[in-house]
Ligand binder design. Sequence first.
Ligand SMILES: Cc1cc2nc3c(=O)[nH]c(=O)nc-3n(C[C@H](O)[C@H](O)[C@H](O)COP(=O)(O)OP(=O)(O)OC[C@H]3O[C@@H](n4cnc5c(N)ncnc54)[C@H](O)[C@@H]3O)c2cc1C
Length: 312
Amino acid sequence: MNDQVKHFEIVIIGSGPAGFTAAIYSARGGASTALFGGVAPGGQLLQTMEIENYPGFVEPVVGADLMQKMLKQAARLGAAVFNEEIASVDLSGRPFRLKAGSGREYTAGAVIAATGAQARWLGMPSERKFIGKGVSGCATCDGFFFRGKEVCVIGGGDSAAEDALFLTKFASKVYLVHRRDQLRATFRLQEKLRANPKVEIVYSHTPVEITGDAKVTGIELKNVVTGAGRRLETTGIFIAIGHTPATAIFKGKLNLDEEGYIVTDEKMATSVFGVFAAGDVMDTRYKQAVVAAGAGCKAAMEALLYLEEGKK
Ligand SMILES: Cc1cc2nc3c(=O)[nH]c(=O)nc-3n(C[C@H](O)[C@H](O)[C@H](O)COP(=O)(O)OP(=O)(O)OC[C@H]3O[C@@H](n4cnc5c(N)ncnc54)[C@H](O)[C@@H]3O)c2cc1C
């Protein structure tokens, strides 16, 4: 083996709550541990100012602060944290081989994929301007902030329907805006939406612009059939058009489902023995920081057991 190639017993790819929790457990479990986190480690929580549902914080915690604490904790326990991306992986032999964006190569006894996912956005400049100021990609995370307010959900699938129903617990009214003349959500969810007096489904409309000053005050829509405009006065806009898992480097190397998520068993094992996955990259349902952290813990414990077994 080339002397330039550094070896770690466990290499973690990804720097959200799943990756850092995996690094904490891996380093504390006695394995030489490297975490590759990309140029700006911290994951999706860097996009949010107020996290109220991560245990241990009485007052809301800023996403960047929480992630900085996780990074420092992993480093204090001995994990090497690299601010670079893994550009490609070779999982066909042992040890596993990884190439960073810088061209540097590494080998690993076990790999944990914790590369996360990205909430899909509509792509309008006004949407970007108001993320965290009324525009949200996560109803479970931010619904609580809209008690007694009128809100709007964009989307037509199961997650949009579930988000709309969830938001009726807090909001005085929930508009569900969908570009087609019928929803894609399951029939049962559609029945629940229709039965809920707080929900108004706005069919055949697409968002044109989100308006506001410091915070969102409304959204301009366009009827895709007639071209007519409609404005909704709303302070909360929830984009529920799906997530894209960050699995490009694993395509053709690990089993992925039809949406690109890594398929794992209950022990976080992937289709390649010795490669584990944790967090939003394999979680098609919950997509919460605490769930990702829990999955990272499980993946690291399984990776440590896998390495132990290999020594026998
Ligand atoms: C705006 C917003 C607000 C949210 N608010 C909350 C909240 O209040 N409470 C809550 O519980 N959840 C919240 N969430 C959801 C939460 O952020 C996610 O569930 C959680 O971050 C998932 O963690 P993860 O570790 O799986 O991955 P991620 O957080 O997605 O992190 C993965 C990281 O890995 C990096 N990466 C990807 N590929 C590579 C590679 N090849 N090499 C190196 N690094 C790579 C990515 O750049 C990213 O930094 C929110 C999400 C968003 C978008």
